[in-house]
Design a protein around this ligand. Sequence first.
Ligand code: SAM
Length: 254
Amino acid sequence: MTIAFRSGLAACDHYIEALYDSVRGMSSRFAATITCHLMRRQSDMGINGPIAEIGTFEGRFFIALAHALQAGEKALAIDLFNWPNDGLLDLFRQHLARCGIDEAGIVIHKGASDELSPADIRAKLGSEAGLRLFHIDGEHSREAITRDLDLAHAVMHAQGLIILDDMLHPGYPLLVIAVHDWLQRHPDMKVLAIIDREDIVAAAKFVLCRADAVSLYEDDLMASFPAQHFVLGAEFESYFCVVLTPKPRLAEVD
Ligand SMILES: C[S@@+](CC[C@H](N)C(=O)[O-])C[C@H]1O[C@@H](n2cnc3c(N)ncnc32)[C@H](O)[C@@H]1O
């Protein structure tokens, strides 16, 4: 699939255009492009820090994000790295090298995310700095996503982003309930945007941030991706959030 818009970061856009399909995975080009744009926006605003992903698999989405890092920033890849077989970690490393990511800036944790405490994450990254972005795409049970959200929330930069994969996915209909419950317990956090699906294996993502950070990103997203903006937004009862979709339209009625 060719997409008609860019993140504005040359290394990310080249990877997404030329190499994305050569790394097997389940995140969309659409979401990768918008997320890299969000990281560019962070860098422009001086929001710096490491990033992490739970559920790296072969590294499809992770490599896009790693290309958006600033000098000295690290990325932590967390995965069991055992499916479909134990060759997955080697394959991930090969993809990093082939796609131009220096492993010196990458930290790998082979194991379950529930083995890690916030202190472990900071120790692995060698930094007390808050994480500016945390992508959660590991175990898809309500318990696991709640735990992963707690972990990401505990280590995030005050103006950072948490991105959740497979939201509203027909195969995981209860995940969004866990997210809603978690948000009810964390009124400091909001859904900033929904990045709609490309396909059933390239599903929608929610982008979360602190309520007081929404304005840093919201107008910029709508202005940067006007042709992808579903102007009605998403209704969360007390607020609306941005919706970006590959083909915005309304149902035609006579
Ligand atoms: C859907 S794949 C991730 C796809 C990848 N993020 C992408 O965009 O292409 C899910 C991954 O989560 C990993 N995983 C499942 N449970 C996990 C857990 N408890 N901790 C860490 N990783 C886990 C699996 O090993 C698998 O590689």
